[in-house]
Design a protein around this ligand. Structure first.
Ligand code: ADP
Ligand code: MG
Length: 531
């Protein structure tokens, strides 16, 4: 038992502490997202975010059709620190510190009015006015709304229940602005666009999922932004891992997004996200289906290198693990608990390596390696402890060209010169300075041209003794024709068709195929005849 003589009561000064509550590192989009969290926890199906330009009297309003609060609940909700962060919350509850409504609002404005309507119980209104608190240096929560706020309750008055949060005196957004300042008005609306992109990202699961939450910005519904392009056929979805932390499961699902060449321009641009492709690589940490971290390597020491930008890993954390993940007030930070770090690191490394492969090989699923079954034009060879790339003289096309050319010396000189002067340094620098500016494998090349190359390779195989069927099969192994299965199929069909429609070989009239090695004329003699 502590005696009265053994302590002083040091209550914070209302005027200074309430100003300090403004200092949490919110930005406009994250602050609004925090209000929307409350709406979603209150069961809202529709949430309206309205930006009303009126110079320094501009207003931002968030209205929802959630269950609303009684007068008593509203007063308690307006108290800074309305709930103990250590309290166990319902699984669907996005709150934690009992601060969000206040700190998010104060970070943007000096007056926040909340009006809430519970079905059949009428509405209650409360207002924090920072200037008033500063004047009286007391925590006086006003029971009346400022007259200018009243019109913004119109939307709420049309709902059976719900809550409206009205921000006035947006000193950090529109201080001292005149209503007729068009430039500032434009900037205000641009801020609304940034908010739209952020909300589309943060709440995409809740908007697209069974909850089907609708968020409307200035009356227009926001479309969810899916970071994983899960419906794109070229997206590689790796198996989900369920990590166990004290009996609570954390689901981790890695995605390797398609290479740029596998997406339309519009899709590629949309998938970049609000901060761009590079910034959005990494782990995506969700809590109650709400995105907290939109791409981060979570302190593993990996930089956001261009090569790994196709790696995006979904991590679902239940709110019971808030403390372990170091979720902060602004809900824009999360750090993995020590017990999960090793597993997450392994998953991250694997996904990064897969993503790099896809990035470097323009969408090919595997790095092509020369092996018995695959023919590459360029082959790496060791030369004085360094790697040297030489042209593969056994490549069917090269073989044919060599065979058909009597000036071997000139040909060899040409090949050597090509091999020695590949502009590697230039390509490497160019690629790192202007990623994606170097054209990929047959990128934007008409199919007819690719087919021409294939046909020539086919002819060279036939010329070296292959039958039509075998030549088509062998063609599949010549890099990079395997990337064009439809073309291979159509070539195969046309060659097989030709095969069957050719008359039997003149030399034998047998059904065996004639090798074109001899001087037999191709028009009269079946090019596949072995005789
Ligand atoms: N839009 C809303 N609808 C219903 N209740 C709300 C709404 N916004 C806030 N509240 C209530 O106010 C409380 C305090 O909110 P907040 O300051 O954001 O802290 P937290 O979300 O961490 O609890 C919430 O727990 C909730 O009970
Ligand atoms: Mg909250």
């Amino acid at each position: 038992m502590i005696l009265e003589t053994e302590f002083d009561i040091v209550a914070p000064h209302a005027s200074s502490l309430i100003e300090s509550l403004r200092a949490f590192s919110y930005e406009l989009p994250t602050a609004l997202a925090d209000l929307i969290d409350n709406s979603i926890t209150a069961g809202a199906k529709n949430i309206w975010v309205d930006f009303n330009w009126d110079g320094e009297s501009s207003v931002i309003a968030v209205t929802d059709d959630g269950q609303g609060m009684s007068e008593q609940q509203l007063v308690s909700a307006m108290r800074p620190g309305s709930q103990n962060p250590l309290k166990v919350r319902e699984p669907h509850d996005s709150g934690r510190f009992g601060l969000g409504l206040k700190t998010a609002s104060f970070s943007q404005c000096r007056r926040v009015t909340v009006r809430s309507l519970v079905q059949e119980r009428g509405a209650a209104t409360r207002c924090w006015d920072l200037d008033h608190v500063a004047r009286v240096n007391d925590w006086q929560l006003l029971r009346v709304a400022d007259a200018a706020a009243v019109p913004h309750f119109r939307r709420l008055s049309e709902l059976p229940h719900g809550t409206a949060v009205i921000w006035q005196q947006l000193d950090r957004l529109v201080a001292n602005q005149r209503t007729d300042n068009e430039r500032e008005q434009l900037m205000f609306l641009q801020r609304a666009n940034a908010v739209r992109d952020h909300l589309a990202m943060v709440f995409h699961q809740l908007m697209a999922g069974p909850r089907g939450v609708r968020i409307l910005l200035n009356q227009r519904p926001i479309d969810p932004w899916d970071p994983f392009l899960a419906n794109e056929p070229a997206t590689q979805i790796l198996p989900v891992t369920h990590l166990n932390l004290r009996g609570v499961m954390v689901d981790v699902e890695p995605f390797v997004l398609p290479h740029q060449s596998k997406l339309s321009k519009a899709k590629h641009e949309a998938a970049a996200g609000p901060r761009g492709w590079n910034a959005h690589q990494g782990f995506y940490v969700y809590r109650n289906h709400r995105l907290l971290v939109p791409g981060d390597w979570l302190g593993f020491g990996w930089t956001k290198d261009e090569h790994y930008k196709l790696a995006r890993i979904r991590v679902e954390v239940p709110n019971a693990l808030d403390h372990d993940w170091g979720i902060d007030v602004t809900k824009s930070r999360a750090l993995p608990p020590a017990a999960l770090r090793d597993d997450l690191r392994k998953i991250g490394e694997r996904t990064r390596s897969d993503a790099k492969r896809v990035y470097s090989h323009r969408g090919a699923k595997l790095t092509p390696k020369a092996d018995e079954d695959r023919v590459l034009l360029w082959e790496p060879v060791a030369r004085h402890d360094k790697t040297f790339y030489r042209l593969n003289r056994l490549h069917p096309l090269l073989k044919q060209v060599i065979a058909a050319n009597s000036n071997r010396a000139a040909l060899n000189a040409l090949f050597r010169l090509i091999e020695e002067t590949i502009p590697f340094p230039h390509i490497t620098i160019e690629n790192s300075e202007k990623p994606n500016q170097i054209s990929g494998l047959f990128e934007h090349i008409a199919e007819s041209q690719i087919r021409e190359v294939m046909e020539q390779a086919f002819e060279s195989l036939v010329a070296s003794g292959y039958g039509a069927n075998d030549a088509v099969n062998r063609l599949r192994t010549i890099w990079p024709f395997e990337l064009f299965p439809a073309l291979l199929q159509s070539l195969s069909e046309s060659k097989n068709h030709a095969w069957h429609s050719w008359p039997l070989c003149e030399c034998t009239q047998s059904s065996r195929r004639h090798s074109p090695k001899g001087k037999a004329t191709f028009t009269r003699v079946d090019p596949g005849c072995w005789n």
